[in-house]
Design a binder for this molecule. Structure first.
Ligand SMILES: Nc1ncnc2c1ncn2[C@@H]1O[C@H](COP(=O)(O)OP(=O)(O)OP(=O)(O)O)[C@@H](O)[C@H]1O
Ligand SMILES: O=C(O)C1=C[C@@H](O)[C@@H](O)[C@H](O)C1
Ligand SMILES: [Mg+2]
Length: 172
């Protein structure tokens, strides 16, 4: 199996933050798929949603993920909706170890409330997050590792994650 650690989870579950900590631990290259997509296409995510719609964004996301996962020894932080597509789920499990970060709606709301960069959360934040948590039930279950993050510090999450990773592989 390729040495990619692939983080999945809803917006605000901590993929970027935990991914950075994992990258420090491994010295592997970290790739934030949302950021990669923005750089590659030269457009912000809110702009893509507004001008081209979600379906076009999903297509760009699949193309980005496919290219990124051709690499090896990477910490890959995926977009929150990447696991919605069967193709994306398949290329993730084929190209690394998939880790799902979980958090309750309350935790997510607390973490993302100051940030305006998430088009799917526009409007009533509490309602939008609760709806997404409901709609996405089961979507992240395919990951080999599941980590609950509520009430835990990044250090605690990384320590738990390291233990789970080491049960399966000896990469870190
Ligand atoms: N365990 C935690 N404890 C406290 N704050 C956290 C924790 N994890 C993440 N955060 C904070 O929550 C916010 C969202 O985290 P982060 O950007 O890592 O989430 P994400 O899963 O990458 O979200 P997105 O899918 O929108 O990119 C950040 O401000 C981050 O500092
Ligand atoms: O959960 C989602 O569908 C999204 C999450 C973000 O990471 C971005 O990829 C985009 O805002 C869509
Ligand atoms: Mg992120």
């Amino acid at each position: 199996m390729k040495k990619n650690l692939i983080l999945i989870g809803l917006m605000g579950t901590g993929k970027t933050t935990v991914g950075q900590a994992l990258a420090n631990l491994t010295n592997w290259h970290q790739v934030d798929c949302d950021q990669w997509l923005v750089n590659h296409y030269g457009m912000t995510i809110p702009f893509i949603f507004k001008e081209y719609g979600e379906e076009k964004f999903r297509q760009m996301e699949t193309e980005s993920l496919t290219t990124i996962l051709q690499g090896d020894c990477q910490i890959v932080m995926t977009g929150g909706g990447a696991p919605l597509r069967e193709d994306n789920r398949r290329i993730m499990v084929e190209n690394g170890l998939v880790i799902a970060l979980q958090a309750t709606a309350e935790t997510i709301i607390e973490r993302v409330k100051m940030d305006q960069n998430r088009p799917l959360l526009e409007g009533n934040l509490v309602e939008r997050v609760n709806t997404l948590v409901d709609e996405r039930k089961g979507v992240y279950d395919f990951a080999q590792i599941q980590i609950q993050t509520d009430g835990k510090t990044i250090e605690e999450i990384v320590a738990e994650l390291k233990g789970e990773i080491n049960k399966r592989i000896d990469w870190i």
